[in-house]
Every structure is written in structure tokens, then in C-alpha cells.
Design a protein around this ligand. Structure first.
Ligand code: ADP
Ligand code: MG
Length: 371
């Protein structure tokens, strides 16, 4: 089932929890809504489910306007972090519940419900536990039962709101892989909410990054990680460093020094230069950006160095080889190899050109940003 969210706004009292959100979800896709707490993920999921309704805009299921249809009419399955199983029902009864409460005309027979429950238990790898009660299961097993229950109604869309949020890290990772496998087998269009970037990047076909009731970026894990299109995405996903710079005639300046980075076509004025700590090359001979080592720490196979550049307002982190001496108060010159410029109005369009003087520099990536 294909979903389209069209210019949706959602207000509570007069507070807007979602502003003009639009998103197309492809049939069979596993999409993650990723953002900090309060960014509007659950609100958007509840609107898709039919648990709440938009103030403006529309939600389409295929070609059908579902904006004001009920949960039952939409036929969605959901699993929430705290959407507990029915405690007085066995595992099999929990799974069959959604079918048992259907009106007589569409309700399968008892035997058919039992058969379906047992098939689903097999799918979620809990065969043999059908007669247990929820309090006789681990947290991970309970969430797997919850997923089987959501799947039992043969939903058109599966909605998961931080389903593994209450579980410990190890179990979370296992269930994440397991969910991906189940998804690949059943092919349900699935919307998965999480505030955990690792979970989103590993699990989803595409990630929707949300902040303050808006969509900041939609893309594959590689796209949102490698080409963040806002300072928010740079800082929320992975690690980033930023510097306040000035653009003059296509050259990027830091205080009174040229950085050697060129941004052809960028308008003159102030900008923020963003890069990942590992997307840098070290330079010799005083070219590039020069900083004084303030601190350094070992991170797995590499070393992270904090540099102070010029005045106290410039502090960045860069990654250097673990063997680098990086002594405190020592100086290091570097240049970002992959970077982006932003103004208050958004990404600054420019074309990165090769820096002139350095023969051994790797070919810079072409950074063409639509304005
Ligand atoms: P998330 O799931 O990303 O943590 P939510 O969608 O739950 O965020 O909430 C987004 C914003 O909307 C928050 O500021 C929250 O306080 C507000 N909000 C959510 N539900 C309600 C409600 N029923 N009444 C008033 N405000 C709400
Ligand atoms: Mg939430």
C-alpha cells in the first residue's frame, strides 16, 4: 500500500505539533521517522493510523483519501513501546484478538484463527509458547508477540512506535535484524518511529529526519549521513564540526586567513562551514586551516583531536591516525575534503573547485547544491 502525506498540519489547542508535512511512502517500503523527543514523530504516526486527524492537509492510502477514516477502515496494524499485551489472555489469544472481534460477516472461524496464530508464531519464532501468558515472557518476546498480533489482521500498513525502546541494547540490536528479515519476507509497507539514529540507519530503506514538527530531510542512510542538507541533520546524525567563515569572491576565509577552500558561485558574506571529523586531510607547510591541539582522545582505531583555531570561538574536532603524535599545544593544519556551507536561510549553493597549491590532494567531491 502506497501512502501519501500531503501538506499536513496538526495543532493541539493552538500549538502546532506538525507544520506542513509532506511525504510519499512507497508500497513495501520500510521507512523510519527519526528525530529527537518532541519532534512530532508519534503525532505523524497517529495521523497515519487514524488515532487522530489532521488540522489541515490530507493522508492518502493509495488513491483513497483516508484523512478522516477510522483505524478499522484503514486496516492498519500497530505496535507501540507501551502498547501492552492483554495480560489475561494467552499468547495465542492475544494474536487472534483482532480477528476474533471482527463482525461475524468477516470473522474467520475459530479453527482458522488458531491456524493463523500458529503460523504467525512460527514467523516471529515463538512456536511452542502459544499457551503462555505475557508475564511469562521476556520483554523481547512480548514485543514479538505484539508484532504477530499486529500482523494477524493482515494490515495494509504496519506502524511501529519505538517498539524496542524499553529493551536493553543487545536485545534491541537482535530484534532490529529480526524485524528487517520479517519485513523482507512479508513486504508490508512499514513506518517505524525511533529517536535512535543507529536503529534508523541500519533498519530502514529511507530515513525521514524530523525536528520541531518539520521534515528536515528524507533519504537513504547514505544520503542523510553523507550529504546532510541542514546544520540540524549534520549535528543530529553522526558527528560534525562547524566553523563560522566568510565567503569572498568564491574563497572561504576564516578570520583573516584564506582556508584554501573554494566555493565558486557562492554569494559573498558570512556562512557556517560544516564537515565530519573524519572527512579531513592533514596538510603540511602551513596551508589550510591551522589549529592548536587542545585535547586528544583515542576512538577505536583512530584518534580524535580537538583544535582551537584563531580566536576562542573556533573549536573543531578532527580525526587523525591513531599513531599521530598530536601533542597538546602542538599545531595541526588540515582541510575538510567533504563539506557544506549554510547560511541562516539554508544550504548555500556553490561549486567546490580543487584547491590550487596542493598537488597530492585527492579529487574533491563535486558539491552542487540546489538552492
Ligand atoms: P515525538 O514522538 O517525536 O517525541 P510527539 O509527536 O509525541 O513527539 O509530540 C510532538 C509535540 O506535540 C510535543 O511538543 C508534544 O508535547 C505535543 N503533543 C503531542 N500530543 C499532544 C496532545 N495530545 N496535546 C497537546 N500537545 C501534544
Ligand atoms: Mg513519540
Amino acid at each position: 500500500m502506497e501512502l501519501a502525506i500531503r501538506n499536513v498540519r496538526k495543532e493541539f489547542e493552538r500549538f502546532a505539533a506538525l507544520h506542513d508535512v509532506s511525504l510519499d511512502i512507497r508500497s513495501g517500503e520500510l521507512i523510519a521517522l527519526l528525530g529527537p523527543s518532541g519532534s512530532g514523530k508519534t503525532t505523524l504516526l497517529r495521523l497515519i493510523a487514524g488515532l487522530d486527524f489532521p488540522t489541515e492537509g490530507a493522508i492518502l492510502f493509495g488513491d483513497e483519501d483516508a484523512s478522516f477514516k477510522s483505524v478499522q477502515e484503514r486496516n492498519v496494524g500497530f505496535v507501540f513501546q507501551h502498547y501492552a499485551l492483554f495480560r489475561h489472555m494467552t499468547v495465542a489469544e492475544n494474536i487472534g484478538f483482532g480477528l476474533k472481534v471482527r463482525p461475524a460477516a468477516t470473522r474467520p472461524s475459530k479453527a482458522e484463527i488458531r491456524r493463523r496464530a500458529s503460523e504467525l508464531l512460527d514467523l516471529v519464532q515463538l512456536s511452542g509458547l502459544e499457551n503462555r501468558y505475557p508475564n511469562q515472557l521476556s520483554g523481547g518476546q512480548r514485543q514479538r508477540v505484539a508484532l504477530a498480533r499486529a500482523l494477524a489482521i493482515e494490515p495494509r500498513v504496519l506502524l511501529l512506535d519505538e517498539p524496542f525502546g524499553a529493551l536493553d541494547a543487545q536485545v534491541r540490536r537482535e530484534l532490529r535484524r529480526w524485524l528487517r528479515e520479517i519485513h523482507d519476507r512479508t513486504g508490508h509497507t512499514t513506518v517505524f518511529v525511533t529517536h535512535d539514529q543507529e536503529e534508523a540507519l541500519e533498519l530502514a530503506d529511507r530515513v525521514v529526519v524530523m525536528s520541531q514538527g518539520r521534515i528536515e530531510q528524507v533519504g537513504t542512510a547514505d544520503e542523510v549521513y553523507d550529504t546532510p542538507n541542514s546544520p540540524f541533520v549534520y549535528s543530529f546524525i553522526g558527528e560534525s564540526s562547524s566553523l563560522s567563515v566568510r565567503i569572498e569572491n568564491g574563497q572561504i576565509w576564516l578570520d583573516d586567513r584564506a582556508t584554501g577552500l573554494l566555493a565558486e558561485g557562492a554569494p559573498n558574506g558570512k556562512a557556517a562551514l560544516y564537515f565530519r571529523p573524519h572527512d579531513v586531510e592533514l596538510l603540511e607547510g602551513g596551508a589550510g586551516i591551522v589549529g592548536t591541539v587542545v585535547a586528544s582522545r583515542r576512538v577505536a582505531g583512530t584518534k580524535r583531536v580537538e583544535l582551537q583555531i584563531g580566536g576562542a570561538q573556533h573549536r573543531v574536532e578532527i580525526e587523525v591516525p591513531a599513531t599521530h603524535s598530536a601533542a597538546s599545544a602542538g599545531r595541526i593544519a588540515f582541510r575538510p575534503t567533504r563539506w557544506r556551507l549554510f547560511s541562516d536561510a539554508g544550504p548555500i549553493p556553490y561549486q567546490a573547485a580543487p584547491a590550487p597549491s596542493v598537488a597530492y590532494a585527492p579529487a574533491p567531491r563535486l558539491q552542487v547544491v540546489a538552492s
